[in-house]
Ligand binder design. Structure first.
Ligand code: GDP
Length: 485
């Protein structure tokens, strides 16, 4: 249930949003995904392509020449950090290096002035739409289930997950420390910090490239932002006291209180102040990383995506459901970094991601929300070619691998253009998933190296330069094309 203060605050925010909407139509677009899914790169490429009339043949307002002017404006929320567009673009274009990734929430307002598609409306006025892009870590959405869980339930679940087979190496040190601790002993700050650091180290290790597990709240332990070191972020799950509640002023009692503070100070305000005001949402998914890490990681990604999607359509009776006065009506699930594969595999990548989110879409009530899945590269760092290898005609991708990247015995210098045969994704996505008994055939890994960002391309008019991409225009059409008619 929402508190009275929550409700008053939301009513006020919504009234303010609606009033300003009357004078200045706005679209609040949420951009999320787990860390390193490609949020920063996506927003930078989207804004650059719109500001510089990029090549976007499938984005109808641009393709039909109806966009009159596009510019950045002061964002509406003074308390939210601004998305550092200029820094990110400078890094992409001038240094041909990737920008720093999303660490916390940020916002940017892009305003588009356009001619209406119908001649009738065109006679009267020029349209104007402000797009408020809200960038936030997908990990934060994984915290939603915590709202309904007390410390005992959170602890039991987290400890059970840490003990899952295959997690010994990453969870071992935390579990060992936990074994040495008496939660009923008097509170001692160094012990609380040590435990919290060990828990956090385990959550971070779970996200590493070769493990790629994704389903581990609390989200802010991975992305602490300016709350790092605060009591609300210095806790860890604990075993229950043997008889009844934890003793007064014990370690258990204090960490229990801090867990509740985390929910009140961190989790609820994010959903209330930011999430509840979104109109549309793109969810970026790095499926290739999970596929390469193996079936465990694929299953884990599936669970994380399902938890994330659940936030977009919460039951009306739930805490979040009762908060939402507007509902997200379009959700785009985009498999990112498709430029690591030859075009022939893009459909397969789409099929895999569709399969990843299928269960979640079926389970949640998605009526009223249009959901699409595409394979995309916000920035295309490679081009396609074919080479002959022992009589075989192989589809390859060509780009400049980043310095230090390796394939087989070869280490790249960051300057040389190289053709790579990435391998094929399986025709049948089912083979990547575990069956009911936890069995799966491990797919051949994709030959995956990180490429440097590309040079700018000339657009069709030959005058402007724009960042190349794969299907960014389709994404834009789905996310905002109808609002620019
Ligand atoms: P975030 O954590 O979601 O903000 O992720 P980023 O946008 O920072 O992306 C993480 C990394 O993924 C980047 O540093 C790039 O190496 C890679 N990446 C993201 N998008 C693309 C893309 O469209 N193409 C290619 N080749 N690499 C990408």
């Amino acid at each position: 249930m929402t508190s009275f203060a929550d409700e008053a605050r939301i009513a006020f925010d919504n009234l303010a949003d609606r009033t300003s909407d009357l004078f200045n139509p706005t679209l609040r677009l949420g951009v999320t995904g787990l860390s390193r899914a490609g949020k920063t790169v996506f927003i930078s490429a989207l804004v650059h392509n719109l500001l510089h009339a990029g090549r976007l043949p499938l984005f109808s307002p641009q393709a039909s020449g109806r966009i009159a002017r596009t510019y950045l404006e002061e964002q509406p929320d003074d308390a939210v950090p601004r998305f550092q567009y200029e820094d990110h673009i400078a890094r992409l274009l001038d240094e041909r290096d990737w920008p720093n990734s999303t660490r916390a929430i940020s916002e940017l307002r892009l305003t588009v002035e356009f001619e209406s598609a119908s001649g009738w409306s065109r006679m009267f006025s020029r349209g104007r739409l402000s797009i408020d892009i809200v960038d936030y870590p997908g990990e934060w959405l994984l915290d939603l289930p915590l709202i309904g869980k007390d410390f005992a339930a959170f602890s039991a679940e987290s400890i059970q997950r840490a003990k899952l087979p295959g997690r010994e190496a990453i969870a071992g040190p935390f579990l060992q420390l936990l074994g040495e601790i008496d939660p009923n002993a008097a509170m001692d700050e160094p012990t609380a910090q040590k435990l919290s650091r060990a828990f956090s180290a385990y959550l971070t290790a779970a996200r590493a490239d070769n493990t790629a597990l994704s389903t581990l709240p609390p989200g802010r332990f991975l992305m602490p932002g300016d709350l790092e070191g605060s009591p609300a972020l210095t806790f860890a799950p604990l075993p229950p006291a043997t008889d009844g509640p934890y003793a007064k002023n014990s370690l258990g009692a204090v960490l229990d209180r801090r867990y509740e503070a985390y929910k009140t100070i961190v989790v609820k305000p994010f959903f209330r102040d930011h999430f509840a005001r979104l109109d549309r949402q793109i969810l970026l998914v790095d499926a290739l990383q999970a596929i390469n890490a193996g079936p465990e990681a694929v299953r884990d990604l599936e669970i994380a995506l399902s938890d994330i999607l659940r936030c977009f359509r919460p039951g009306r009776a739930s805490w979040l459901g009762s908060l939402l006065t507007r509902r997200i009506d379009r959700i785009l699930v985009a498999a990112t970094k498709a430029d690591h594969l030859h075009r022939e595999s893009h459909r397969r990548l789409e099929a895999i991601v569709r399969r990843l989110v299928e269960g979640a879409v079926k389970r949640a009530d998605f009526s009223g929300a249009d959901t699409q899945v595409i394979a995309m590269a916000a920035v295309r760092a490679t081009r396609e070619a074919r080479i002959e290898d022992n009589g075989d005609d192989l589809p390859v991708i060509v780009g400049v691998p980043q310095a230090g990247e390796r394939i087989g015995g070869e280490t790249f210098d960051g300057r040389t253009e190289t053709a790579i045969f990435p391998g094929d994704l399986p025709k049948d996505p089912t083979s990547l998933f575990m069956d009911m008994d936890g069995h799966a055939t491990r797919a051949d890994p994709i030959r995956f190296v990180r490429f440097r960002p590309p040079k700018l391309e000339r657009t069709q008019d030959g005058l402007t330069l724009s960042l190349p991409h794969i299907r960014l225009d389709r994404a834009l059409e789905f996310l905002m094309g109808d609002r620019l008619r």
